[in-house]
Ligand binder design. Sequence first.
Ligand code: GDP
Ligand code: IMO
Ligand code: MG
Length: 428
Amino acid sequence: MSTLVILGAQWGDEGKGKITDYLAETSEVVVRFQGGNNAGHTVEVGEKQYKLHLIPSGVIYGDKLNIIGNGVVLDPLAFFEEVKYLRELGLSVSEKNLFISDRANVIMPYHKVLDALKEKARGKNDIGTTGKGIGPAYTDKVERSGIRVCDLLHPVSLKEKITQNLLEKNKYIVNVLGGEPMDIEGVYNTYLELGEMLRPYVRDTSVIIYNEIRNKKKVLFEGAQGMLLDIDYGTYPFVTSSNTTAGGVPSGSGIGPNMIEKAVGVTKAYTTRVGKGPFPTELEDETGTWIREQGHEYGTTTGRSRRCGWLDLVIVKTSIRVSGLTSLVLTKIDTLAGLPKIKICVGYRLNGEVIDFVPASLEDLALCEPIYEEFDGWDDSVQTAKTYDEMHPNAKKYIERIEELMDIKCSIISVGPRRDQTFKKDSL
Ligand code: GDP
Ligand code: IMO
Ligand code: MG
């Protein structure tokens, strides 16, 4: 394996950060290719806990090259805050082990204002975004009015671009959304300065990633969010604004699709979702609450409670198809320990028919009734298992039934948050 993509196979928070860290040990480069600081990846190593939002999880090892690719939307303020936080935790983070694409679009202060005001304007139909300016930044990218990292390095044209953006956006902010206008000169001065601070990190990262792969270096692509938050294949409009599926890797890092060898789908042993939108297997009862407490299901980025429900294999199957997954990584098996019975959704019943894909229309998805298989539970001995053979037999039955139904193997099993609570089961 020289290139491997790590994706969320559900609605995010599957443990991508933990698995990236685990696999980074034997890799040389870790690349983020989409999303921004809406992500929250928690990695535990021994007694230490690291919460990453924008910087690739490879940074925890001092000797990996970390790349923020062109498909990411970069908030420079959030970036420097994260660098400071990681340095305070004793990590070395500098232009020696971290590069930023000159083509990445910048999250500007007006994107954060627009994110908040648009959510307010949506009223009861709000998406429940993280409020980090992600949607408005990607909107400008596609609309071709975005400011890229390379633009921050050119004072004259930067002033023109910020002026043009704010003359237009201030009207919209004030007259349509009822907000306060933003000061053009102030934004310009701040972002010119931030550009100078970013300069040492800025590279044409496509060239670097391409050369690293050609030189047989092991490169990991660390996904953010999950398949059902994908702008095309997620539960639109309750999604994020980027391609969270494997298709986002080539466009978001500047390499050809033929350079991607493998893609793993990180899957929780149950399902969670933060924010609004449909969730067929949601448990709005004491079992859902119990899972939330056992699994500490509170958002890393916003601190919001995560909605919890049974594992939904219709979703996982869709992920396997859309991203061409080569294996699954199953996390949080330990969280379910103690439940007498555990369910898995193996299909949806829609208008009298059984389907195994996620319908495009949310009206149809709302009508889908999950079809369940029930399993006997296991105890917390799973937390200390060091190999697959050491696992409780009921947990093994659960895992093997998933493999059988999905016709794909679980390459890695995770039985706790720490790096050492992880083992390989099959090939990637
Ligand atoms: P990500 O966004 O996909 O990286 O996932 P998050 O970090 O937001 O959420 C996953 C949470 O579960 C983190 O707090 C991890 O430390 C934790 N975690 C990961 N794998 C396991 C596991 O197998 N068992 C338990 N109990 N916690 C885990
Ligand atoms: P990681 O990488 C879970 C959700 C938000 C909201 C929707 C749109 O930690 O798995 P946005 O701010 O992106 O416009 O919000 O997407 N969301 C996430 N949910 N994990 C994430 O990232 C998420 N990033 C965004 O809650 O519903
Ligand atoms: Mg997360």
